[in-house]
Each structure stands twice: as C-alpha cells, then as structure tokens.
Design a protein around this ligand. Structure first.
Ligand SMILES: Cc1cc2nc3c(=O)[nH]c(=O)nc-3n(C[C@H](O)[C@H](O)[C@H](O)COP(=O)(O)OP(=O)(O)OC[C@H]3O[C@@H](n4cnc5c(N)ncnc54)[C@H](O)[C@@H]3O)c2cc1C
Length: 437
C-alpha cells in the first residue's frame, strides 16, 4: 500500500496553550502549518460533567500521584481554571529568555484582569475564608483571570469542565484563526515518533483512524505538553528526555460548616502567594473540592454528600521538586521527597486552620492529597533544548511546559502563551535571516 503522506513547512504537535499559540503566530507570519492533535475536537459535552470522561486524561504515577491533562483540541486550556500568573522573579533568567514584550502583548490581548467586585461580593463563604486567613496572617488575594467577565456567569463554576460560554480563554480561537489563515488541523491523530536522518528531523510518523501517516516537514515543533512531548522524544531516540518531571501536585480540602457553602463560588478566586516557592494556597468551590475527594477516596466522599450545600474548599498547590520521570510507554514515576511532603503538610495545616476559623467543623475536613495538573520539566532548557528551544536534532524544537527546567510553583498558561509568541517570532526571524544570506 502507498504511504499516506502530507508535506508542510512547519508541523506543530499538540494544540494546547503553546501549540495553539504557535499555530496562530506562525500562520499570521505567512508560514505553512499543519497542527497534529491526538485528541478529538469535542464540543457537545463542554460544560457538562461528562467532560471528565471525554476531555480529561487522568494518569496515576507509580507512587499514586494523580496527574490530569486535557487531550482534545485546546489541550489542557479547555479544562484549566482560567487563572493568569506572571512569571515570578528569576523565571526568565532560569530560561535564559526574555519574553517580557510578548507577555505585555498577550496580557493586553487576552484581557488579563481580576473578576469584577460584582462577581464575588455575594460569595460569603469565600469571603469568610479570606477574612479567616487574614486572622492567621495570610493574605488570600483576588486572582487575575483569563476570563471575559462580560461572557462569564457568576456561579457557573464550570471552568474545569470546559467553558460553554466562551468566557474563559482557551487556545481554540487561536486554532480557528490559524485554520482561517490556511493551517491544517488534524485531530484524533497521535504522533508516534520523529523521523531523523543524519542528525536532522525529516518528518513525523502519526496514526489516525485510517492508519499510519507520514508528515514531511522542514521544521517540527513539539508542543505535546509535559507528558506527551517526552514520550515522543524518547520514542525518537532522544534518550535524555523524560527526567525532572514536576506537576505541582495539589491537596484539596473539603470541610462542612453550619452556614452557606461554596457551591457556586468560583474556584481559585482568592489565593495566597505568601509561601511562593513552597506552595500556593487558595479557595475552591464545593463541587471541585468534592470531585477531588471522589477521585481520591470515593466512599468517604459519598458519605459527605448530604452536607454538600454547607461545603467549603481550599487547595494547597505544592512547588514540587523535579524528581519524577516518564518513560516511552508513558509510565510515570513521581516520588515526593521528605521536603516535598513537609511543605505540603505545612500548607495543609494552615489551610485547616483557616477553614476551621471560617466555621468548618475540624472533624469534617477531608483532604485529597497529591492531585497534579501542571506536568512539565521533561525536556528542560539546558538538558534537552537550548535557549532557542532547539534540540540537538536539526529542525526539531520543543515549546511547551516540558521546557521549563523546574517548577517555580506557578500556573503556566499565560507564561506559555507568551513564550510561544516569543518562540514564533524568533523562528520567523531566523528563517528570514537564513533566506537573506
Ligand atoms: C484541572 C486543571 C486546572 C488548571 N488550571 C490552571 C490555571 O488556572 N492557570 C494556569 O496557568 N494553568 C492551569 N493549569 C495548567 C495548564 O493547563 C497547563 O500547564 C498548560 O495547558 C500546559 O500547556 P502545554 O502547551 O504544555 O500542554 P497542553 O495544553 O496540555 O497541550 C498539549 C497538547 O498536546 C496533545 N498531545 C499530547 N500527546 C500528543 C501526541 N502524541 N500527538 C499529538 N498530540 C498530542 C494533547 O492532546 C494536548 O492537546 C491547569 C491544569 C489542569 C489539568
């Protein structure tokens, strides 16, 4: 049978935060782009509980750390909370890349801002937690969001199930723009490996429902995320990928008060950066903290269901050490060292104090430990790629969470979108310079 084959200038693997942005930026700059996405282009379940079965890919490390990612068009941006974080001090220095101009452009374009007061002024349970934290010397401050408050409905709290109103930014509109500009988006097409010849990437092998497909490309940009990218690199013979895995695992607490709970109070509206570098802590809605309990200990969680209307929630998100590893079968090892566990337990103790002073019965508090959603580190700058995000293989680049060498404990979407814009500009400049010489 003849080989199924596509030819393109640029192949982008993955359509999440980084891949979607790169597809748009390169198409805008006149490049011929094919985006290859493993997941489906689901639309109908967005905003419904069935999203957990269709959009989410849930992994368990051999140490039982749970890691969630989105596998669909838009990747994990479809299921993220919509929080925006600037790179913390020292972040760009760690990368050896100054993307501050791109950050400014993307912040403006995406309308990064906290939710308006009118959203949360009636969220009495969240505000009780803010007040109680203050009594313990901790500032839970209003977070910046990648959410258009004109389209968002307060109390919906479906960000993690896919926003059906288009209020939360995802990379999907960027993909639409790329498609309108001529890019080809292949969905349900899983990249297996990169074809390398004489130290240069020649193309990639992928598989869709019809079988194997070869995509010949002048340049290949891996944006398959902290889990997908190292698997492809390892299968392609790039053996130093897959180490230094981090995932910012969270512990999520659910407690029962006598008063009104946080049933419709948006997750991650208030958070504390007082312990940045150790952990972040913040508020979660009752439904999201209950979902975490169901993932971790379903029987205990179900016993708490009658008290659900009085449920309040908090999370502690650990800045974990980069001690994990992914192999080419996708098996994950994520050991947590004594320091990791010590920092997490410190955060949990503080969160329990805050919840208790906010009215939660201390005996009612359930803790779902170690549920992560920020996989990265597995193709780190200085290890697998250089500061131009290029591997040792000619024409093969990585731009996604896997290039971040170690966790600084902050959510990465705004950072990755800005880095992806910087990368696209740099790639086009170097192409232009090469063709001029
Ligand atoms: C529940 C949850 C809440 C979160 N909340 C926030 C938040 O509020 N703020 C924030 O900044 N971050 C948040 N994050 C983290 C954030 O979503 C990720 O850090 C970010 O999306 C990573 O971007 P990426 O481009 O590296 O990967 P992704 O966005 O995950 O994209 C990778 C893409 O590659 C595709 N892919 C994988 N393997 C292959 C393959 N072999 N072939 C083809 N395609 C492949 C995947 O299907 C996916 O579409 C959250 C994450 C989760 C899970």
């Amino acid at each position: 049978m003849d080989e199924r084959r596509i030819e393109t200038q640029i192949a982008v693997i993955g359509s999440g935060a980084a891949g979607g942005t790169i597809a748009r930026e390169l198409t805008r700059r006149g490049m011929n782009v094919v985006v290859v996405e493993k997941g489906p282009d689901w639309n109908w379940p967005i905003g419904h509980y069935i999203a957990y079965r269709t959009l989410y890919n849930i992994h368990r490390s051999k140490e039982n750390v749970i890691i969630r990612r989105g596998v669909c068009t838009g990747g994990s941006t479809v299921i993220y909370s919509g929080n925006a974080f600037n790179p913390p001090a020292g972040f760009m220095e760690m990368l050896g890349i100054d993307f501050s101009d791109d950050l400014a452009v993307m912040r403006k374009e995406l309308g990064v801002a906290p939710l308006p007061d009118s959203f949360y002024k009636g969220w009495s349970a969240s505000l009780r937690l803010v007040e109680s934290a203050q009594q313990h010397g901790i500032t839970l401050k209003l977070q910046e969001k990648l959410i258009d408050s004109d389209k968002c409905v307060p109390g919906c709290d479906s960000c993690l199930l896919g926003c059906k109103r288009g209020a939360k930014w995802t990379s999907r509109p960027f993909l639409e723009e790329a498609k309108a500009g001529g890019a080809l988006l292949l969905t349900r097409t899983e990249v297996e490996r990169i074809e390398i010849e004489n130290g240069k990437a020649r193309g990639l092998w992928a598989r869709d429902r019809e079988g194997d497909l070869f995509i010949a490309a002048e340049k290949i940009i891996l944006c398959a995320g902290g889990i997908g990218t190292p698997i492809i690199l390892l299968k392609s013979g790039i053996k130093n990928a897959g180490t230094h895995f981090f995932t910012d695992p969270m512990s999520i607490l659910f407690g029962v008060t006598r008063g009104k709970g946080m049933r419709s109070e948006m997750t991650y509206t208030f958070a504390s950066e007082d312990y940045l570098g150790e952990f972040l802590m913040g508020t979660t809605s009752a439904q999201n903290s209950m979902t975490a309990q169901v993932l971790r200990h379903p029987v205990k969680a179900l016993a708490k269901l009658p008290s659900f209307p009085h449920g309040i929630g908090m999370f502690v998100k650990l800045c974990d050490s980069a001690g994990g590893r992914i192999d080419e079968t996708g098996a994950i090892s994520k050991p947590l060292d004594a320091d990791d566990r010590g920092r997490m337990e410190k955060g949990i103790r503080l969160a329990k104090k805050i919840m208790t002073s906010a009215g939660a019965d201390p005996d009612s508090i359930l803790v779902a430990r170690y549920i992560g959603g920020h996989p990265g580190g597995t193709a780190g700058i200085g290890r697998v790629v250089n500061s131009s995000l290029q591997t040792d293989i000619g024409g093969l680049y990585v731009c996604d969470a896997s290039v971040i060498p170690r966790s600084m404990g902050v959510p990465l979407v705004l950072i990755l979108v800005s880095l992806a814009r910087w990368f696209s500009r740099s790639l086009v400049s170097s192409e232009t310079a090469a063709s001029a010489s």
